[in-house]
Design a protein around this ligand. Sequence first.
Ligand SMILES: NC(=O)c1ccc[n+]([C@@H]2O[C@H](COP(=O)([O-])OP(=O)(O)OC[C@H]3O[C@@H](n4cnc5c(N)ncnc54)[C@H](O)[C@@H]3O)[C@@H](O)[C@H]2O)c1
Length: 264
Amino acid sequence: MAQAQLLAGRVAIVTGGGGEIGSAISRRFAEEGAVVVVADISLEKAEKIAAEIRSSGGQSLALALDVSSPDQCAKAVTETVDRFGELTTLANVAAAATPLGNVEELSLENWRGAFDINLTGMFLMCKYAVPQMRKAGGGAIVNIASSHGHIGMPRRPAYCASKGAVLQLTKCLAIDYGKDNIRANSISPGAIDTLRAALQRFKSREEANAAKGPAYLVGRTGRTDEIAAGATFLASDESSFMTGTDLLLDGGYLAFKGTTTNPV
Ligand SMILES: NC(=O)c1ccc[n+]([C@@H]2O[C@H](COP(=O)([O-])OP(=O)(O)OC[C@H]3O[C@@H](n4cnc5c(N)ncnc54)[C@H](O)[C@@H]3O)[C@@H](O)[C@H]2O)c1
């Protein structure tokens, strides 16, 4: 028997949809029947993923979007609704690459950059998406946080603080909009095999995976498709009794390493 698509009839925006995790989420949402607006600060990256989805038979539009711009967030939502009739699903994936540094080393610009994109970008996208979800009769918001929103890490105050705040923003969204049939949940990935994460501290993704893998109970870093699976679950009715919470997809890292003195 053919399996029903989990997101049939949904219209989704994926911010940072051209990135490694965002593109995996965009592809999986499309495979599950959603129309996907791939929105990224790099239009070139967004176009590539949207074209891939279309060539596999899905419906997708690429948009240039800087989530730190209120005007651009409002426009992305309006363009989505004008083109596809409604908005039911929002995956907030975009994040800034924050330089490593303690509070003395980080500039105010570094700090603000992390918060503008990692947190304020989510606030803005939710601000404009929620009224459309309400009109659509409900919706689902999936915010990508991080295991580093649960624990602190050396020389990462801006990233850790902004991701911790994502957990709290998500709870408040769930509280305020449950009455509108809008659910909001976050995902906290552990180390995922992506270039951006690898190059924070290592020369290549191979080197990063070799160093980080043993710190995980499953013996390896995570894959982008494993985060996409979680996002699909949270966006779909499979998680209909779940809101205001966090899905920890971390290979067991926090269960065993939460206060490591030798972080990887
Ligand atoms: N990779 C990991 O190990 C890991 C672990 C935990 C959490 N995360 C989170 O997962 C998400 C995706 O990370 P990734 O590893 O795929 O990184 P990535 O760099 O591949 O993807 C991030 C995407 O966001 C886009 N972007 C950056 N600034 C933007 C802006 N102002 N407006 C819109 N788009 C913007 C980038 O162009 C890029 O395509 C992030 O929120 C990150 O914090 C990643």
